[in-house]
Ligand binder design. Structure first.
Ligand SMILES: Cc1ncc(COP(=O)(O)O)c(C=O)c1O
Length: 424
């Protein structure tokens, strides 16, 4: 305990500024979410939260929109064929439906990650992951006394280190065969925060199939910006997994009913060691309310739910989640707006000759000409927050900038140019 370092992020004093530091939704949730929260009668504050129907609503939302790529998101995909990966999971057949017990509800995906480590981690076990990646996996592994093997992304473009991950999953380093055990956990952030690296969902399934004794957790927090999700492959094996248009579909009560009723094939039957993380923080715009989901085999969901408290998600988050899940069109419109703004900013960066790296997710990396800390501070003085990547392997010296609306990106770019942060 004494040697543990808290997950360090600048968490205070962010209101009133243009927040491009945490990859949050930059405009807030759907008006329907606001309305639903306002309509909660005050006497309900006194009652412990109730979760009836929420898992069914998540299943219905995922069924309607399991991970369809937003318009314009189909570029730069690491196709399974290009990586030479064959899914090999034996998944064929008709559409499958998620059952409520396959959906775990958590106080944000952070809490789901914490629960995964508590339920599966322990001294002598190993976490396999990539580097640099989302900063909360490491402290969670350390809390459990786990060893960590973090394989670097491949320069120059931060490509996914597929061969090295596969090798670390399936066999000992040469000469170290004795006592070798497969990693207990593989954490894949797809697309990766902060490099944006995309991994084909088929490759994720292939890794899970190759390592039946490892729980493969795929953190799909930013999948809405790419469509690279394993869920379409599991829920509807015949459907395309990326590059399609947004569905624009609303969730109706009949959808929830039919999702619950359609006890078709178990989507995780072929990959019981795979867990998918999804959140309403980044796209639906309710990061402050804290709600996220862990989707997988019922036995895995049960195991991680056992280490969580009975009322960890509060009633406001539950009400907001129902409303947010029911307004997919809002999320799709926001994602489309962000992708358009992304394109605009990329054009400015390219024209000005600023070193940058952008792939999946609602964020990109930019390398200023001046020291990153200085530019970080100057932007803050201009009312704009970005995240310094100081100390992170491979990207020390870069700033991670979250993407918002076109107007917000214009504001950022104006400030960048005014303070002379890099190239011209
Ligand atoms: C990759 C990744 N996973 C999980 C989280 C946490 O998400 P939530 O707000 O649902 O706890 C974040 C938040 O920044 C993230 O970037």
């Amino acid at each position: 305990m004494e040697s543990l370092l808290a997950y360090s992020a600048p968490l205070e004093g962010r209101r009133g500024l243009l927040r491009l530091d945490f990859n949050e939704n930059t405009i807030g949730p759907s008006p329907k979410v606001v309305e639903a929260i306002r309509a909660i009668p005050a006497d309900h504050y006194a009652i412990y939260p109730e979760y009836d129907g929420l898992r069914e609503a998540v299943a219905a939302a995922l069924r309607a929109s399991p991970g369809a790529a937003p318009a314009g998101a189909g570029t730069g995909r690491t196709a399974a064929s290009a990586t030479g990966v064959d899914a090999g999971s034996g998944l064929t057949g008709s559409a499958a439906a998620l059952r409520p017990e396959q959906i775990g509800l958590f106080n944000g995906v952070d809490a789901a990650i914490h629960a995964v480590f508590q339920a599966y981690g322990g001294p002598g076990e190993c976490l396999l992951t990539t580097s640099p990646t989302f900063g909360y996996y490491t402290p969670c592994a350390r809390m459990q006394g786990m060893a960590i093997e973090a394989i670097p992304y491949l320069l120059p473009d931060f490509a996914f280190p597929l061969e090295a991950i596969r090798a670390a999953l399936t066999g000992p380093p040469s000469g170290a065969a004795e006592g070798w055990r497969p990693p207990r956990l593989l954490l894949l952030c797809n697309p990766n925060n902060p490099t944006g690296t995309r991994l084909a969902p088929e490759a994720v399934l292939a890794l899970a199939a190759a390592a039946p004794h490892t729980l493969v957790v795929v953190d799909e927090l930013y999948e809405a910006f790419t469509g690279d999700s394993v869920l379409p492959l599991l829920l509807d094996p015949g459907a395309p997994t990326s590059g399609s248009q947004p569905s624009g579909r609303q969730i109706h009560p009949e959808d929830a009913a039919s999702a619950a009723a359609a006890m078709a094939a178990d989507p995780f039957a072929g990959c019981p060691n795979l867990l998918v993380l999804r959140s309403l923080s980044k796209t639906a715009g309710i990061a402050g309310l804290r709600i996220g989901f862990a989707i997988g085999h019922a036995a895995v969901v049960d195991r991680i739910s056992r280490v969580s408290g009975p009322y960890d998600i509060n009633s406001f988050a539950v009400t907001a989640a129902f409303a947010a899940l029911g307004d997919q069109a809002y999320v799709e419109a926001y994602v489309a707006e962000v992708l358009e703004a992304r394109q605009w900013l990329l054009e400015q960066l390219a024209a000005a000759g600023v070193r940058h790296h952008a792939d999946g997710g609602n964020y990109l990396l930019i390398w200023p000409d001046r020291p990153a800390a200085e530019v970080d501070q100057a932007l803050r003085e201009a009312g704009i927050l970005v995240r310094s990547m100081a100390g992170k392997p491979l990207i020390d010296g870069a700033l991670r900038v979250s993407l918002g609306t076109r107007e917000q990106m214009e504001c950022f770019w104006g400030a960048w140019c005014r303070i002379g942060a890099g190239a011209s």
